[in-house]
Design a protein around this ligand. Structure first.
Ligand code: BV8
Ligand code: ZN
Length: 249
């Protein structure tokens, strides 16, 4: 993909990069997004499934949904967008990847400095005492697994109304407020507090670039809105940054 000339120019001076990703970057790995026409939420509303209330009301329904999503992950592989972010990490002086995704594909692609704001779907946690529980090759049938404390075990993700992991959130804010380039990739920019990170970056007049196949509430405020897929725009940005370090001025 051809990047706009003024963006190529602006990338020339970029040293520190913070990237926020959402479900859109995993769409090209065959994982449905949340709010697209075929998205997860199309069949349910978030409140029906991704909340502690929903889990306490109907733990079997919520577990069945997460098991269905885990099954979809078995064959999922990182795509060109994930791999380009690893190249961008190598070409930046300082880099932080903040993801809302729970699929673990960034780690699988080789991203190093990354923070999972909404947890990880492969982790199991006790809803009562909070401890992480290794369930081995657990596959949910209809029996809600129990912790030794008696509490119900749930997927280790952050539900609506739950606080984000403090350390990951603090690292995300620190990266957003200290970067000179913020890339928002494949997110509808609707879920907070993650959706507030670009605004934090803008306070420092950093270059905010949005990569999304649609427009979002961020599009008008971003310095550049690349209406493109993550799999085509991110390799183009990686090429520019690697070219730059290949022939430094
Ligand atoms: C909290 C669970 C407080 C895991 C998820 C203001 C401040 C703070 C909170 C709030 C606030 N206003 C409202 C709230 C409450 C709420 C919220 O934001 N509600 C929204 C709906 C208004 N926030 C919370 O509850 C958060 N908690 O703030 O707690 C607190 C503090 C202290 C103590 C106690 C409590 C928790 C938020 C996390 C919720 N959990 N998921 C799971 O099941 O996965 S959120 C869910 O949405 C997913 O995690 C997902 O990551 C996230 C965001 O969705 P996206 O990733 O953006 O995906 P989406 O489908 O929406 O968009 C995809 C985009 O990609 C689209 O734009 C599409 O065009 C684009 N695309 C598609 N294909 C491609 C592409 N782009 C590029 N290339 C492609 N190929
Ligand atoms: Zn417990």
């Amino acid at each position: 993909m051809e990047l706009p000339k003024d963006l190529i120019q602006a990338l020339d001076n970029v040293e520190t990069i913070c990237v926020l990703t959402g479900a859109g970057i995993s769409a090209e790995s065959g994982i449905p997004t949340f709010r697209g026409p075929e998205g997860y939420w199309a069949k349910y509303r978030p409140e029906e499934l991704a909340t502690a209330e929903a889990f306490l009301r109907d733990p079997v329904l919520v577990w069945s949904w997460y098991q269905h999503r885990r099954d979809a992950l078995v064959t999922a592989q990182p795509n060109a967008g994930h791999r380009a972010l690893v190249r961008i990490e190598g070409a930046a002086r300082r880099f932080a990847l903040v993801t809302q995704n729970v699929d673990g594909l960034h780690r699988m692609a080789g991203s190093r400095n990354q923070f999972e704001l909404h947890g990880n779907i492969r982790i199991n946690r006790c809803h009562n005492c909070g401890s992480e529980i290794d369930l081995g090759e657990f596959h949910f049938q209809n029996e809600v697994p129990r912790c030794s404390c008696g509490g119900m075990i749930r997927p280790g993700v952050v539900w609506f109304g739950e606080a984000l992991p403090a350390q990951a959130w603090a690292a995300a804010v620190q990266a957003a407020e200290s970067c000179d380039c913020f890339l928002s990739v494949g997110t509808s920019s609707l879920v907070y507090p993650a959706a507030g990170l670009p605004q934090i970056a803008m306070k420092r007049a950093s270059l905010v670039v949005e990569i999304n196949t649609e427009t979002t509430p961020l599009s008008a405020a971003a310095a550049h809105h690349l209406r493109a897929s993550a799999g085509s725009a991110l390799p183009a940005i990686a090429d520019v940054l690697e070219q730059r370090s290949a022939d430094p001025v």
